[in-house]
Design a protein around this ligand. Structure first.
Ligand code: C5P
Length: 236
């Protein structure tokens, strides 16, 4: 199984097609709000029809009834992973799960549902002072992960720095999907809690999400292969 998920943070179908046609094999991609809002849900159907696996990163966060309905409508797309914010609470996460189960066509495997903990672009200082959440980022992320597990989710999105603590608290089967990945020498951009693919492997992350370090590389396919080689020698 590939463990690198490439974030297709593009704004047109043309960019997606020219990026994906460089690869000879199906890969795991992440489609988020930038691409979905530019191209609509058809782009998800197209990428899936080309054989790629999809993590649909729309980060649902609303009252439980609305999230249930949203997830029910997204479940028909047949994506592999989908997410909602843990900050919406346990009842909302349970509703998200129910929506997926209700909307998955008979005979199809429901998408795995993962919860977004604290965004990797949020520093400890911003969490404490702007968001008003006291304590360490790690404590908040672990509490969110425990809530996600209680709600029946399959895992969480977190930074590499919290993956080990989450596996200790929630078990090794509980998925940790980690963005904020940067190669040595890359700029951090807007991300704050970053780490290299090597460190992600050492920390036991199940899957890593990589955007700009691959999509903006001179040779995206080589960058992808190098990262996949590094991470796939991990524990899974
Ligand atoms: O370009 P970069 O590798 O920073 O992209 C990371 C991707 O992961 C972006 O698409 C971003 O939306 C997503 N993401 C994140 N932090 C989270 C959840 C998702 O960076 N907590």
């Amino acid at each position: 199984m590939t463990r690198t998920i490439v974030a297709l943070d593009f704004s047109s179908k043309e960019e997606v097609h020219s990026f994906l046609q460089q690869f000879n094999e199906p890969i795991y991609v992440k489609i988020g709000m930038e691409l979905t809002y530019a191209c609509g849900l058809d782009i998800i159907r197209e990428v899936k029809a080309s054989g790629h696996k999809i993590f649909l990163d729309l980060k649902l966060h609303d009252i439980p009834n609305t999230v249930r309905g949203g997830m029910k409508n997204l479940a028909g797309l047949g994506v592999d992973i989908i997410n909602c914010h843990c900050a919406g609470g346990i009842e909302m996460m349970k509703a998200a799960k129910e929506g997926i189960l209700e909307g998955t066509p008979a005979g199809q495997t429901p998408a795995k549902l993962i919860g977004v903990t604290v965004l990797t672009s949020v520093s400890q200082e911003a969490m404490n002072t702007e968001l008003g959440i006291p304590g360490t980022v790690k404590d908040t992320v672990v509490r969110y992960a425990q809530n996600a597990k209680a709600a029946g989710l399959d895992g969480v999105v977190c930074s590499v720095h919290e993956a080990e603590a989450i596996h200790e608290a929630c078990g090794s089967d509980f998925l940790t999907v980690t963005p904020g990945i940067r190669l040595a020498g890359n700029t951090s951009d807007d991300q704050k809690r970053i780490a290299t693919p090597e460190y992600a492997r050492e920390q036991g992350c199940d899957m890593i999400v990589v955007g700009r370090s691959i999509t903006k590389a001179k040779d995206p396919v080589s960058a992808y292969r190098e990262i996949e080689e590094t991470i796939s020698h991990g524990r899974v």
